[in-house]
Ligand binder design. Structure first.
Ligand code: PLP
Length: 396
C-alpha cells in the first residue's frame, strides 16, 4: 500500500526533531553535525536566537495580509537587497523555482515591451537545475527529472557547459536571454569560470539579451560574498534568490534592474503568499546577521579551513577521491567511480553523525550553516576521515 506521504523522495533513515545551531537531533536521540543545512537553507544554523525572536514577534503581531495592501517588511527587505546589489527592484515569491520562473517571464516581457515579442527563447547550460515546474524542468533538461512529464515547455535551448562559442552560436533572432547558475549546485558544484561569465555578459550586451543568474543556492553569503556574481563582478539583469534568504522560512526573491523591472506593471504578476509578513520578518533578520561586520569573513576563513582539510583527504584517499571544488561554504568532494560512491558516503557519514547532501557528478556536498567555527570544521573532517578509512578498509 502507498505511504500517506507521496513517495517522491528516496529518504535517508534519519528523522530530525530538534535543532540547535550547527547540530540537529534525531527522534532516536542521536546528535548530528549538520553540514547539509536543509540543502543550503538553514544558513544561520537551527533556531538562531535572532531569527526565533523575529519570527515570534511577527507571529504575535500579524501573519498574513494580501498584496492588495502595502507591506512595510517588503519595502525594508527590498531596499536592503537593492542597496547591496546590482538590482533596482525586487518581487517576493515563496520558493526558488518561482523566483527563477518569474525571471523567465520577465525576459519575455522585456523583449515584448521593447518591440520584440518574437524573442522568447531562453538558453540554459547543460547540467543546470532551475526547479521542478514545467518551465524549470524545460530549462534544466535533466533526463532523470523530465522523464514522463513531456512534452516540455517550448522556448528553451541548452548548450554545453563552459563553451562560449557554442553559447554564441546558439543565439538566434528568437533568443530573449540566458540563464546561468554561477556555480551549478544540484549539477555537482560546477563553478563557471570568471572569463566565461564575462563572455556571456558580452554576448548578452552584443545581442540585446538579458542575463539571469540563478543564485537560489549560491546567494545570501553561501560563497563568501552576498551573491556569487560579486566575485567576478559580472552583473546580471535578473537574479533569483531563495534557499538561504529566509534561514528556513520559505521565501524567494526575483531581483532586477530598473529597465527590466519597469516592464512589470500592475497586474503583470502576483502571488498570494509571496512577501508575507512572516517571511519578511525572517529574511530581514537573516540580513541583519549576514550583513553584519565580519560575517562573510567567517564564511571565507571557514571555507579555507574546510577546503584544506578536504584536500588532505583527497591526498590520503586517492583511490576514492579525485578533488574538491566550489567556493565559500558551497564545497563539493568528488568521488571516483561509477557515480554511486558519493551517495553511499553521505549515508555512511549520516550513520556516523554528519549530515551532508549528494549532488550530480558523484559529488558529496558540504554546505554547513555559515555560522560554523573551527571546531565544527574539524569535527566534520574527523567524521569524514573515519568514514573514508572504513570504506578503504584501513584503520587509521
Ligand atoms: C534549489 C534550487 C532551485 C529550486 O528551488 P525550490 O525552492 O526547490 O523551488 C532552483 N535553482 C537552484 C539553483 C537551486 O539550487
Amino acid at each position: 500500500m502507498i505511504t500517506a506521504v507521496m513517495p517522491t523522495y528516496a529518504r535517508y533513515d534519519v528523522a530530525l526533531e530538534r535543532g540547535e545551531g550547527v547540530y540537529a537531533f534525531g527522534t532516536d536521540g542521536r546528535r548530528y553535525l549538520d553540514f547539509g543545512a536543509g540543502i543550503a537553507v538553514a544558513s544561520l544554523g537551527h533556531c538562531h536566537p535572532h531569527l526565533v525572536k523575529a519570527l515570534k514577534t511577527q507571529a504575535e503581531t500579524l501573519w498574513h495580509v494580501s498584496n492588495l495592501y502595502n507591506i512595510p517588511g517588503q519595502e525594508r527587505l527590498a531596499e536592503r537587497l537593492v542597496a547591496n546589489t546590482f538590482a533596482d527592484a525586487v518581487f517576493f515569491n515563496n520558493s526558488g523555482n518561482e523566483a527563477v520562473e518569474l525571471g523567465f517571464k520577465m525576459m519575455r516581457k522585456f523583449q515584448s515591451e521593447n518591440g520584440h515579442p518574437e524573442r522568447y527563447r531562453i538558453i540554459s547550460v547543460e547540467g543546470a537545475f532551475h526547479g521542478r515546474s514545467l518551465a524549470g524542468l524545460s530549462a534544466g533538461k535533466q533526463q532523470k527529472q523530465t522523464a514522463g512529464f513531456g512534452p516540455l515547455t517550448d522556448g528553451f535551448d541548452q548548450v554545453a557547459f563552459g563553451n562560449l562559442n557554442e553559447m554564441k552560436s546558439a543565439v538566434t533572432p528568437k533568443t530573449a536571454g540566458i540563464v546561468i547558475e554561477p556555480i551549478q549546485g544540484e549539477g555537482g558544484i560546477r563553478p563557471m569560470d570568471d572569463d566565461y561569465l564575462r563572455g556571456v555578459r558580452a554576448i548578452c550586451d552584443d545581442f540585446n539579451l538579458l542575463l539571469q543568474f540563478d543564485e537560489v543556492q549560491t546567494g545570501i553569503g553561501r560563497t563568501g560574498k552576498l551573491f556569487a556574481y560579486q566575485w567576478p563582478d559580472v552583473k546580471p539583469d535578473i537574479l533569483s534568490s531563495a534557499k538561504g534568504l529566509g534561514g528556513g522560512f520559505p521565501i524567494g526573491a526575483t531581483m532586477a534592474t530598473e529597465k527590466v523591472a519597469a516592464t512589470m506593471g500592475a497586474g503583470s504578476h502576483g502571488s498570494t503568499f509571496g512577501g508575507n509578513p512572516l517571511a519578511m520578518a525572517c529574511a530581514n533578520a537573516v540580513l541583519d546577521v549576514v550583513l553584519s561586520d565580519g560575517f562573510l569573513e567567517n564564511v571565507n576563513s571557514m571555507s579555507e579551513r574546510l577546503r584544506e582539510g578536504l584536500n588532505d583527504l583527497v591526498t590520503k584517499y586517492p583511490h576514492h577521491l579525485t578533488g574538491v571544488r566550489g567556493k565559500g561554504l558551497l564545497l563539493g568532494l568528488r568521488f571516483r567511480g561509477d557515480g554511486s560512491e558519493a551517495g553511499a558516503m553521505v549515508a555512511k557519514a549520516n550513520a556516523l553523525g554528519l549530515l551532508s547532501v549528494p549532488a550530480g557528478d558523484n559529488i558529496m556536498r558540504l554546505i554547513p550553516p555559515l555560522v560554523i567555527a573551527d571546531a565544527h570544521v574539524d569535527e566534520a573532517l574527523g567524521i569524514l576521515n573515519k568514514a573514508l578509512a572504513e570504506t578503504a578498509g584501513r584503520a587509521d
